[in-house]
Design a protein around this ligand. Structure first.
Ligand SMILES: C[S@@+](CC[C@H](N)C(=O)[O-])C[C@H]1O[C@@H](n2cnc3c(N)ncnc32)[C@H](O)[C@@H]1O
Length: 498
């Protein structure tokens, strides 16, 4: 009798130890998550973005002061330009602060965290995780990560079990290489419901730029971190992305990149009906404009995005905006180079160019946060989509073959993959990080791999375009991007093919 009793005791003890280990692991992940979120918020906030911009202005002033008097006299308008620059920085900072005020962090960011250094080194500095807050998991399609806000607000959800570490490179050369990822042990989910949220948080900065008592405690400067300049660069990149997606100035770029995709979807799904709209996934959705446009054309559209920087901003524009042109930003102030005039550099841009909530969204529009590979590798995703649209996305892969394999798997038989973009592999120049795989295929090889995974090419062309470029700059980087439509063969045809 005593033997089974002992066995039971041993088993119970092992279970308790397992539980304890899981609790410890969860605590650690939570602490890492808080740290990375604080870092992102810090990059957006007072001690980073505005300070770095102010430091630039001080540098211009120092150079100006070094000029001989005769040269200074020729540039007598410079001091007033510096003051204008400062006003523009303030305006951008106000916008950013408004945006952060609306952000619902998935964790209590004001709590003390203690993360041992050795472990921290393994986690990407801008790695973003989240845990479920108060959302009801209606689990649409993307495994447990899908989390639908029942009420009126975006919601953050949790996916257990993923643990990839990602250090994507950062730099303006890489289109949208924001270098931050929602991966690691959790995946963030953020979903916009059709009932778009329309409430404003209390304004929290007074006219002197001081934070009022109504502010969220996690915005308190005392818990913000000093972040490296690369993080500030990410904020500047986001500002440029806002123009691409949500300003009239971005229309030309959207016409080059998004319009061909939208026209292709229109012609491929001529007979789509309101009662049963086709489902379209947009991985790497950035700030969400393309996903929204697809939704407005009668598709159940889902954007997928793993960057908290992007998600915070797209959520703000999609969920909070009450009218077109609600905010004014100054996206081009951060470079003195290649300007035709100071007025060009300091010009305001009003955003958004449309009111998203009035744009005519089709029921089911959503944004799912998380790593494309982790979220859409889930068995529930197999054959779930009528169309997958990738725009400036496939070269963000560590392993592009894996992306293609997943795209094929999640498409229905006969479903289409529309792609637009270059092959500027994001991890191609990440040196010295042994674990960072980067498979950099030529276009020819990409097509060969796609054929292997059951695609056939229906349309192919090259499209000349820019990416987040200042349209009035004397320097315009151009891509000769690959556009294609590929269709997933049906297994029946596959088998009957000799
Ligand atoms: C170059 S941007 C393109 C954004 C948008 N499609 C556009 O055309 O403006 C690539 C986007 O993919 C996102 N991304 C990169 N890797 C991802 C991944 N594994 N899963 C989900 N999103 C990813 C990045 O955060 C970034 O927003």
């Amino acid at each position: 009798m005593s033997v089974p009793m002992n066995d039971t005791l041993i088993l119970r003890r092992e279970e308790e130890e397992d539980d304890e280990e899981r609790r410890r692991q969860r605590k650690l992940e939570e602490a890492l998550e808080i740290k990375s979120l604080r870092r992102i918020i810090s990059a957006y906030l007072k001690i980073s973005y505005p300070e770095a911009a102010e430091e630039d202005v001080r540098r211009y002033e120092r150079s100006f002061k070094m000029l001989p008097p005769a040269h200074k006299a020729l540039l007598s308008h410079y001091p007033s330009k510096f003051e204008r620059l400062r006003r523009c920085i303030s305006a951008n900072s106000y916008f950013i602060f408004d945006m952060l005020q609306e952000f619902e962090p998935p964790l209590d960011l004001s709590q003390d965290v203690d993360v041992c250094d050795g472990l921290h080194e393994n986690i990407p500095s801008d790695h973003d995780d989240s845990r479920v807050t108060n959302c009801s998991s209606q689990s649409t399609s993307a495994s447990q990560s899908m989390c639908v806000s029942e009420s009126d607000h975006s919601c953050l959800g949790l996916v257990e079990g993923s643990n990839r570490v990602c250090n994507s490179p950062v730099g303006e050369e890489k289109h949208g290489g924001h270098g931050e990822s929602i991966n690691g042990s959790h995946t963030l989910s953020l979903e916009y419901t059709k009932q778009i949220h329309n409430c404003h948080a209390n304004n929290a900065i007074d006219s002197n730029g001081n934070v009022s008592s109504s502010m969220r405690t996690w915005l308190d400067p005392s818990i913000q971190l000093h972040v490296p300049l690369v993080d500030v660069d990410k904020v500047r990149c986001i500002i440029r992305n806002i123009v691409r997606d949500w300003a009239a100035e971005g229309q030309k770029e959207r016409d080059q990149c998004y319009r061909p995709i939208l026209e292709e979807l229109d012609s491929l799904f001529v007979d789509r009906c309101k009662e049963s709209p086709p489902a379209c996934l947009v991985p790497g959705a950035g700030l969400g404009r393309l996903a929204l446009e697809i939704s407005c054309r009668g598709f159940i559209s889902q954007g997928n995005e793993f960057s908290y920087y992007m998600m915070i901003c797209s959520s703000f524009i999609l969920n909070v905006c009450q009218t077109a042109g609600e905010w004014t930003i100054y996206p081009w102030i951060h470079s003195n180079c290649n300007s035709l005039s100071d007025d060009d550099q300091l010009r305001p841009v009003s955003i958004p160019d449309i009111h998203p909530a009035s744009a005519g969204i089709t029921e089911g529009f959503s944004m799912c946060g998380g790593d494309f590979v982790e979220v859409y590798n889930d068995p529930s995703q197999v054959g779930a989509w009528d169309a997958v649209v990738t725009c400036f996305f496939i070269d963000t892969a560590h392993n592009i073959v894996e992306y293609i394999e997943i795209i094929s798997r999640i498409l229905k038989e006969g479903g289409v993959w529309i792609n637009m973009g270059p092959l500027l592999y994001h991890f191609a120049d990440v040196y010295g990080q042994g674990d960072d795989m980067s498979i950099e295929l030529s276009l020819e090889d990409v097509k060969r791999v796609a054929l292997h995974y059951g695609f056939h090419i229906e349309k192919e062309k090259t499209i000349e375009t820019t990416y987040t470029t200042n349209p009035r700059s004397m320097m315009q980087n151009r891509y000769y991007a690959a556009f294609w439509t590929m269709r997933k063969r049906s297994a029946r045809i596959e088998h009957s093919t000799p």
